[in-house]
Design a protein around this ligand. Structure first.
Ligand code: CTP
Ligand code: CA
Length: 232
């Protein structure tokens, strides 16, 4: 994908991509967050644009520049991300959940800055579950919309990594799952990525590694093939 113009195989298609990581406020100055930079999601949005798609990017606290040519909707929390994704997903051909969504949020948000206790005691935070956006989409009737999830796992063994991925794909009702290993030094702020893409039968449909843009195109190749098969 380094040379020449990419195929316009997503021309006229509506593609929704979520990218970045959600932040869950504790008080006006603090939040619980994660290390997702948004790079892989942005690369997917850019790649889809290059291939002629009409792209809506749901952007959660991006640490890198926003791509050109996309309809960008900025959100911060998981609940905001859900509203934006559910809204954009209506009538979309493809929804790709690349965002790292917080599984939990503080049970209450303090109106003022939380002050430390005068004793030396620690602090226990109460968290509640956030909705699972991908599972919500996957378990609702979604017509011919292709749903793509990501699975960020720290598991080192590839067999175990794929097992976790298959279980996740099943639980979410997604059509494709992009599995990648993350850790202290890989996956998040880096410019390269390595992924395995699995299909609804749990089979490996593709492997891709390289720049996040080349991985993005490899993911879209699978999405285009999947959509073509589904239409037959
Ligand atoms: N996801 C989502 N809503 C959530 C959590 C995750 O839509 N509340 C999506 C992510 O965007 C990703 C996929 O689900 O596409 C898998 O996310 P991941 O964190 O790997 O899986 P979880 O189901 O949250 O499981 P766990 O974190 O316990 O491994
Ligand atoms: Ca999670």
């Amino acid at each position: 994908y380094g040379t020449g113009a990419p195929a316009q195989d997503l021309s006229g298609r509506r593609v929704v991509v979520s990218a970045g990581g959600t932040r869950e406020p504790l008080d006006p100055v603090r939040f619980l967050g994660n290390r997702s930079s948004g790079k892989q999601g942005i690369a997917i949005a850019s790649a889809a644009r290059q291939r002629g798609a009409d792209v809506t990017l749901i952007a959660a606290n991006l640490e890198v520049a926003e791509p050109d040519g996309c309809d960008i909707r900025r959100v911060s929390t998981a609940l905001e991300l859900r509203d934006a994704v559910v809204d954009a997903a209506h009538g979309a051909d493809v929804v790709i959940m690349a965002a790292a969504v917080a599984d939990y949020r503080p049970a209450s948000v303090s109106a003022g800055k939380i002050k430390k206790d005068r004793s030396d005691a620690g602090l226990t935070l109460e968290l509640v579950r956030n909705p699972d956006i991908l599972a919500e989409l996957g378990h609702a009737p979604h017509g011919s919309t292709v749903l793509v999830g990501f699975a960020a796992e720290t598991e080192a063994d590839e067999g175990r990594l794929l097992e976790l991925g298959r279980a996740k794909l099943d639980a979410k009702g997604a059509d494709l799952l992009v599995v990648n290993r993350v850790g202290w030094h890989e996956g998040f702020a880096t410019d390269e990525n390595a992924v395995v893409i699995i299909g609804t039968g749990g089979e490996i449909v593709a492997r891709a590694h390289g720049s996040k843009l080349s991985v993005a195109h490899a993911i879209l190749d699978v999405v285009v093939a999947d959509a073509t098969t589904a239409a037959k």
